[in-house]
Design a protein around this ligand. Sequence first.
Ligand code: ATP
Length: 313
Amino acid sequence: MNHDSLIKVKNIRKQFGDKVAVQDVSFDIKKGEIFGLLGPNGAGKTTILRMMTTLLRQDAGKISLNGFDTLTQGRLARQQFSITGQTAAIDQDLTARENLIIFGKLNGLSRGDAKTRAVELLTDFDLANSADQTLATFSGGMRRRLDLAISLIGKPAILFLDEPTTGLDPRTRMQMWRAVQKLVAEGSTVLLTTQYLEEADHLANRIALIDHGKMIAIGTPSDLKKHVGGMQLRIEITDQKWRVQVQKIAHDTLALPVNVSDRTLTVLIDDTSMQMVPQVLNQLQAAKVPISNFAIETPPLDDVFLKMTVGKN
Ligand SMILES: Nc1ncnc2c1ncn2[C@@H]1O[C@H](COP(=O)(O)OP(=O)(O)OP(=O)(O)O)[C@@H](O)[C@H]1O
């Protein structure tokens, strides 16, 4: 038994009528990890999350949170975690500070402790300057940060984030990512569901890919990228006018399909074509093509995801 695992999910299954929504899914999450559940629409992520948060009973299998079984010790299991998405319960006519104090008291804190905790959280989530504005004046990103702050009032050991940045602009998404990373640095363990591959890649230490209710892969982002087999050659040119020439050089030398987007050309390469990569560079230099980047790297997670799920849904 792994004593480091804070969350254990073993062979869980859920069926709705004839539809098997989750089938034999197992994973462990270690203390301090950010674990991502990634999968296409209808894959079963929400159903897994609902079973883990005791909102739904699994038909088979076992889930334990910090040692407490979700079916037989539901009340204790619930005390181990918090989940975001409580914005519906937030009062729009009150300020951020007042909302935090109310939720603090609902979590059993005295008025004094609730006030202190509110100040801590407002500072942590960059909301100190807007603390005394009513929520009606808050942007989407500020609301999302307040929602995350509220879910942390009780200092939960485990935090479930259900699609935390859906609909946010890139800058606000980065702020949320930093907030989540800070939480983990302070000792929380996070399970997040996301439809953004980039988010899972950036944030999660490990990812479980879910498709048709089954877990089709699990590992670190770089483990998963190895599944596509091989590496990617990326060439960036300084001017689009060179695109056709670079595409021809890469294609003729490597005999592989070349993807082109703006000033970036990419080729998925195997071991054999890897030997030919220096020739591509030599030819680009001989043709005096100005390049700003020439890299061999692991391919993006998107390719893994597509390779494993495309055509099956
Ligand atoms: N209460 C329910 N009754 C019947 N079928 C359900 C119920 N809940 C979920 N399902 C079905 O189970 C499957 C998995 O749904 P789930 O919501 O878990 O997927 P998801 O991966 O979270 O998708 P999304 O990214 O769209 O939220 C789907 O086919 C869905 O229609």
